[in-house]
Design a protein around this ligand. Structure first.
Ligand code: IPE
Ligand code: IPE
Ligand code: MG
Length: 251
């Protein structure tokens, strides 16, 4: 679902920028955090899961409605097999440990990305997390896992083409709006703000369609050191931006 491209309804704070509803984060820097401490990379990823838990709590405290966390990219398969296994294991553990609390707190969990290459048990867990939280409405946590923006767009194009070939959709009716219904994020508004930690200034195939008009904040902090204060600082930076959506803005 696309957010209307013009800032309109919603609380207007600090110079007219509407409050962000959806923040998407590229959680980067686990390996460097571990290396700086003489630890194995896997320890960095474990600390990264703790930081992700803090981020979910902070997002709710800061009044957001949607949070999307980039946990594993379609390119992360290039890492050593042991690290890939660890990252799969951490998602598994996160769902097992945190699902009861997320359910209790009214959080809807959505996993975006290609599931085809995930193991059977992980597929089942992902399905469980989604189906058991489907009706929750107070907050949405999207986890981007085996996710790549290009891959998502190709899968959506394939699904749209299939629907068109079946006769259920005319090619001329494929608009931005109808196309978006084939994306993994179909029920979620576009992110207002994308944060990347670790000092890298690139988007690494994240939400290529959805972040077309997002603001970007790049932070030097390594992901395991992410805190509510750091999160609040990034949102303050967002409020200092002027979103123009191609127009001329306020001056
Ligand atoms: C982010 O930390 C976690 C994932 C990409 C899964 P990294 O593992 O990329 O950490 P660095 O970039 O090597 O420090
Ligand atoms: C992006 O981080 C992917 C995730 C955070 C899951 P990477 O560490 O994989 O990105 P690059 O390789 O530095 O671009
Ligand atoms: Mg990295």
């Amino acid at each position: 679902m696309s957010a209307a491209p013009a800032p309109s309804a919603g609380p207007v704070e600090d110079g007219g920028v509407p409050a962000p509803k959806h923040v998407a984060i590229i959680m980067d820097g686990n390996g460097r955090w571990a290396k700086a401490r003489g630890l194995a990379r896997t320890e960095g990823h474990k600390a990264g899961v703790e930081a992700a838990r803090r981020a979910v709590e902070a997002a709710r405290d800061l009044g957001l409605q949607y949070l999307t966390l980039y946990s594993f990219s379609t390119e992360n398969w290039r890492r050593p097999a042991g690290e890939v296994r660890d990252l799969m294991g951490l998602l598994r553990q996160f769902i097992v440990d945190d699902l009861p609390k997320l359910k209790r707190e009214g959080c809807k969990v959505v996993i975006i990305g290609d599931r085809d290459n995930l193991s059977m048990d992980l597929k089942a867990l992902v399905h469980r997390a989604e189906s058991e939280t489907r009706d929750n409405a107070s907050f949405v946590l999207q986890i981007a896992f085996n996710y790549g923006g290009r891959d998502e767009i190709v899968r959506a194009a394939r699904a749209a083409a299939k629907t068109a070939a079946s006769g259920a959709l005319k090619p001329e009716d494929i608009t931005e709006k109808t196309f978006e219904t084939f994306l993994d994020t179909k029920d979620c508004p576009d992110p207002d703000l994308v944060i990347r930690t670790s000092g890298e200034k690139r988007i690494s195939n994240y939400l290529l369609w959805q972040a077309a008009y997002a603001e970007y904040v790049f932070l030097d902090v390594l992901w395991p050191d992410f805190s509510k204060e750091v999160f609040a600082g990034a949102i303050e930076e967002y409020y200092r931006r002027e979103r123009r959506y191609g127009g001329v803005g306020g001056n």
